[in-house]
Design a binder for this molecule. Structure first.
Ligand code: ADP
Ligand code: MG
Ligand code: MG
Length: 209
């Protein structure tokens, strides 16, 4: 499938749908090791994004991703708002001036998104954050893209790897973000941001299929 600006917008609408469907789950996860707002923060941001897309879809994949970035940065708040906002902003820059996104382009966008999250939040793998889901996703995406995979295959591999990465956060003690205030008591819980990364990637992959 050719991944045009319209397809990127449709994929972001699917991501918004996943956030709405899983709002309560993300709130519950964040209540366990944070302040319980992650689901509502993301829902606010993606609701705002859908409203903007309803008003008009920007002309290129890059411009759609940039709209997602600026909207999330200005509406989500908390730790996740600037982090996801930066992720989409870097993805937008990485995609560049193309009318149609391909597999390597999607993999490069994911790589840049991760780089942005790390530059902003300074988390490493094992710190029990969204980086634990996004890092293996980037590795899997690069490998599938190098093998000739299209956008859907790249995103599906990314989502699958993210799921494993998110699961790996359960036994970890948090070293970044609000959950780190709990120290050892943060162990035994799934990181909400790692979970939302899985949900977003799954939704994007499903839309690209
Ligand atoms: P807040 O903690 O400010 O209420 P959210 O609840 O929306 O923000 O988001 C919490 C999530 O943000 C965490 O589950 C974690 O995945 C992610 N996070 C927090 N700090 C960092 C960081 N420094 N780097 C990467 N991700 C982080
Ligand atoms: Mg929170
Ligand atoms: Mg908060």
């Amino acid at each position: 499938m050719a991944c045009t600006a319209e397809s990127v917008a449709a994929a972001l609408r699917a991501a918004a749908g996943a956030v709405v469907a899983h709002r309560d789950e993300l709130v519950r996860l964040d209540r366990e090791i944070g302040d319980g707002d992650h689901g509502e923060n993301l829902k606010r941001g993606f609701d705002a994004l859908v409203s903007k897309l309803d008003a008009g879809v920007p002309a290129s994949p890059s411009a759609v991703l940039r709209l997602a970035a600026t909207t999330l940065i200005s509406t989500v708040g908390g730790a996740a708002g600037p982090l996801y906002g930066t992720a989409f902003l870097r993805a937008s820059t990485a995609v560049g001036d193309v009318a149609v996104l391909d597999g390597p382009g999607a993999a490069a966008a994911l790589r840049s998104a991760l780089d942005g999250v790390v530059a902003r939040g300074k988390a490493e793998v094992g710190d029990k954050t969204m980086v634990d889901a996004l890092t293996p996703a980037v590795v899997a995406a690069a490998s599938v893209a190098a093998g000739g995979g299209g956008v859907a295959e790249v995103l599906e591999a990314a989502a699958e790897a993210a799921e494993q990465g998110a699961a790996s956060t359960v036994p970890l003690v948090a070293r970044k973000g609000r959950a780190s205030y709990l120290g050892e008591r943060s162990a035994g819980h799934l990181d909400p941001g790692a979970r939302s990364t899985v949900l977003l990637l799954r939704a994007l992959a499903g839309a690209a299929r």
